[in-house]
Write a protein that binds this ligand. Sequence first.
Ligand SMILES: NC(=O)c1ccc[n+]([C@@H]2O[C@H](COP(=O)([O-])OP(=O)(O)OC[C@H]3O[C@@H](n4cnc5c(N)ncnc54)[C@H](O)[C@@H]3O)[C@@H](O)[C@H]2O)c1
Length: 343
Amino acid sequence: MNIIVTGGAGFIGSNFIFHMLKKYPDYRIICLDCLTYAGNLSTLRPIMDNPNFRFVKESITNRTTVYKLFEEEHPDIIVNFAAESHVDRSIENPQVFLETNIIGTSVLMDACRKYGIKRYHQVSTDEVYGDLPLDRPDLFFTEDTPIHTSSPYSSSKASADLLVQAYNRTYGLPTTISRCSNNYGPYHFPEKLIPLMIANALADKPLPVYGEGLNVRDWLYVEDHCKAIDLIIHNGRVGEVYNVGGHNEMKNIDIVKIICKALGKPESLITYVADRKGHDMRYAIDPTKIHAELGWLPETKFEDGIQKTIQWYLDNKDWWETIISGEYQNYYEKMYNTEGLLK
Ligand SMILES: NC(=O)c1ccc[n+]([C@@H]2O[C@H](COP(=O)([O-])OP(=O)(O)OC[C@H]3O[C@@H](n4cnc5c(N)ncnc54)[C@H](O)[C@@H]3O)[C@@H](O)[C@H]2O)c1
């Protein structure tokens, strides 16, 4: 099986590639990633010499290169993680979100139509459903919840989902979509809540929390998300959407307090800052469908996952300190040349 994984130098994509190479040693994985600020090639260093792995530095919006890659690799499956993924950045500059998240998705699917594939899988997000009120803990997002977006990021992801469903219906493209809640775990870029708080706490810097920190997110350990996608691409029904979430709702402020406690840092480091524009209050996924159809259940409890994650950041300071210093962006140029990676 040949699988193109886009965005594989980012947080979830890299965890997915590690999972797949370990579980299916006879699969070939091709990572297509243009290494934006969020892509870090050093994450993939341990597998760069694996004969079943190939890295290609290019954008999913580049039709010529994407088609060339399909001609060279004859992929069976595409898993599209590549995206601009940070809500705050989408509020500052929506344009690039539209280009990568929507146009990039259409280029990949056009290539799938032209060359034929067994499955195109779109990695989407629970943010396409908008948010839920804090005073209705009985409400959850199901696959039938209407799309109702808040930020340019979630709007671009929702637009991509609609395109995926249109390509399935209009062209018969064998697609699936997963909509997952917030992930946490190793290789999470240090601008996101959990790694940011760990890095700042370790440096005794203020821990900036939006508003009063009451926003609720449904947290899932990244490995559980990777296992869900693995199940969907192999056994999921074509044309379907699967919600992925751990029934693990936490207020942002409580997560920050857990991190302070685990690192032995005072809660006085917590600093409340002006709330994000259009900040969603609560996300909560109903994962009944993926459980009933594919037998998926999250395996890592939050109490264990957060301790594992904190320990990972303590053991891998080099990885995130290089990112914070900005040096990681030179890694590609230092270690590889374009010719060596792109045929
Ligand atoms: N992080 C979460 O909690 C979460 C939850 C649900 C869904 N998702 C979705 O999962 C996917 C991956 O999220 P993540 O947190 O790993 O993101 P990330 O920002 O860590 O990684 C994104 C990767 O995509 C690459 N990329 C960006 N634009 C590209 C382009 N035009 N061409 C090729 N590569 C490009 C980047 O270089 C980076 O390696 C995204 O689609 C996101 O919407 C994320």
